[in-house]
Write a protein that binds this ligand. Sequence first.
Ligand code: SAM
Length: 256
Amino acid sequence: MNFHVMTLFPEMIMQGLSSSILGRALERGLISLNAVNIRDYTLDKHKRVDDYPYGGGAGMVMSVDPVVRCYRAIFSEITRKGGQKEKKVRVIYLTPQGKTFTQEMAKELAEEEDLIFLCGHYEGIDERAIEMVVTEQISIGDYVLTGGELPVMVMIDAISRLVPGVLNNGNSAEFETFHDHLLEYPQYTRPEVYEGREVPEILLSGHHAKIEEWRRKQSILRTKEARPDLLGRAVQEGCLNKREMTFWRELEQGWE
Ligand code: SAM
């Protein structure tokens, strides 16, 4: 998976993603990260990349030309490397106005070979740049940040851990929060007792089937508590087995 990021702050992206699991994935060549400075593509002699908004209003707007030229340079590099004349590459603009990013979207994007991201700054980007290069707009949540750099790092992190080989344990991305629309069960590690708080006995029993059943029930309980909307989807989409459905019905009727 090759990530290409158009940004005014490439060092932020490179530093932010070069440690820990992603750092190792980069070293092992499982993912690549190409943060490109949009400022390198301005023709302005003072290297300006923004200007006042037409019609007035607060703040500055990123200009169309450096963004389009930056995109074209990245796109031709991708097609040159792939030895292709034309190739469809998805270009994602990070914006609070986009569709909210989800685990499902991360899974789908992890199937791509190349992804191009566009980070805005200031008051945003000249609309024509969005019309000309962007294929989809994604938000990381209903709040406004100063730039698209943190959002793109969030997205790259979430997508990368779904790329085969990035996580050591192949199961760990599969059976965790949002799998089957459930939140993950509580986790414990040593010591067995900490300041009087004990690890649930079942987890020490070595009885794998019972542990699995306990964990699924805990997941259902947690999801009901914190995200009843998700639990509704789990039920609707048939993600719970017969026993779990009985448990869910009991919970709905107020028994625990
Ligand atoms: N004026 C814009 C608006 O009201 O929609 C907001 C611009 S914001 C201050 C600057 C840049 O930060 C945006 O162009 C976008 O790239 C990024 N950004 C801010 N909040 C975001 C969010 N929740 N998700 C994704 N990107 C975000």
